[in-house]
Design a protein around this ligand. Sequence first.
Ligand SMILES: [Zn+2]
Length: 92
Amino acid sequence: MLPDKCSLMEKGKQCVNPPEFIVSVAVDKDEFMVGVTCTRHKQIVSGKIQILQGKGKIPHGKVSFSSLKAVGTDCIHGDSNDFIQLDSTNKN
Ligand SMILES: [Zn+2]
């Protein structure tokens, strides 16, 4: 099941926008869903993913954004429990 909100936290508050894109990381032939984002936070989320990859918290691979409406969710690996919580501040 997908979260019903964007994965980004801004100033300690969860973004309440509905998710518009699935954020996934492609590693070899697998694709791991790491979160969801609204259009407004797409760029921030993209930067955050790279930071988390640098820290080894999520797999290294090509980050891609797929429109939620266009994606058949059952072909993507992942569990909503594995989704990362992204904070727009840099304290993490
Ligand atoms: Zn958002």
